[in-house]
Design a protein around this ligand. Structure first.
Ligand code: PAF
Length: 282
């Protein structure tokens, strides 16, 4: 049975009973508009811990002034049902006032990882993510928290803040769930028109081709440029980046000598899509 709470006080009261019974707690933070990717996080949490808590909070602090905060999809009833069906025990749905009483001034700056890739295109985004994630972790105090690899840089930022701030939680990265054409599931895919949705399948396709060329030993700089061009030809109006980066620190790589990740952000119509893949020999 899924219970729903919307204050920190009620959340903590519900968690106390489980803690007293010795139950372990897994936590899945989300911004709602749930899809199979989120449900995969809940399923992982269910395997790892006795109780599963999810949160739905569209965090204003991580949206830039020109971004989609107002139109971000909100569908609480459908989300509630999906979480109940997936076996989630508790849903926390705080209001912005509950999360940021009196505006809240304390912010978490996660350092250099925020200046590159997504951070360079979305100033302030990772400070907003880090701040809300630290607050949620301190509110829930879970044994483990589950994040999608789809937001790879976010996952690295969260691992880093948890390490730096000695927050006693195990961070689990869960592989990206993809549609049949390879497009990574994302709440923002709902913005795409049917034509754009079809064209968007070029993103994972071009990324896979790019990875194959890099592993064959092609010149990395030229291959990345060619990949960007292919994305534009496939209908993406702009490509913020298609970058090969070191998989732990995200610095750009021009030789394949460490575990690497290919990361991309591109705009289809007015929708900005991101994706990333491991660059490994099969
Ligand atoms: O990945 C998300 O949905 C959000 O960035 C998160 C981690 C829930 C923080 O608002």
């Amino acid at each position: 049975m899924l219970s729903v709470v919307n204050t920190v006080r009620d959340l903590r009261a519900a968690l106390l009973a489980w803690r007293e019974a010795g139950d372990t707690v897994g936590f899945v933070p989300t911004m709602g508009a749930l899809h199979r990717g989120h449900i995969a996080l809940v399923e992982q949490a269910r395997k790892a811990t006795k109780r599963v808590v999810a949160s739905i909070f569209v965090n204003p602090l991580q949206f830039g002034p020109q971004e989609d905060l107002a139109k971000y999809p909100r569908q609480l009833e459908a989300d509630r049902k999906m979480l109940a069906d997936a076996g989630c025990d508790l849903l926390f749905t705080p209001t912005p006032e509950e999360m940021y009483p009196n505006g809240a001034v304390t912010k978490i700056d996660p350092g250099p990882l925020t200046g590159m890739l997504e951070g360079a295109f979305r100033p302030g985004h990772f400070t907003g993510v880090a701040t809300v994630v630290v607050k949620l972790l301190l509110q829930v105090m879970p044994d483990a928290a589950f994040f999608g690899e789809k937001d790879y840089q976010q996952l690295l930022v969260i691992r880093r803040i948890v390490q730096d701030l000695n927050i006693p939680v195990h961070i689990v990265g869960v592989p990206t769930v993809r549609d049949t054409d390879g497009l990574a599931l994302s709440s923002r895919n709902a913005y795409l028109s049917p034509e754009d949705r079809q064209r968007a399948g070029a993103l994972p396709r071009v990324m896979q081709e790019t990875i194959a060329h890099i592993l064959e030993g092609a010149d990395i700089e030229k291959t990345l440029k060619a990949g960007q061009e292919k994305l534009r030809q496939a209908g993406f109006s702009s490509v913020d980046y298609l970058e090969l980066a070191d998989a732990t620190g995200l610095s750009p790589l021009r030789a394949m000598n460490t575990p690497a990740r290919l990361l991309a952000a591109a705009r289809m119509g007015s929708t900005r899509l991101i994706d990333n893949m491991a660059v490994d020999r099969p």
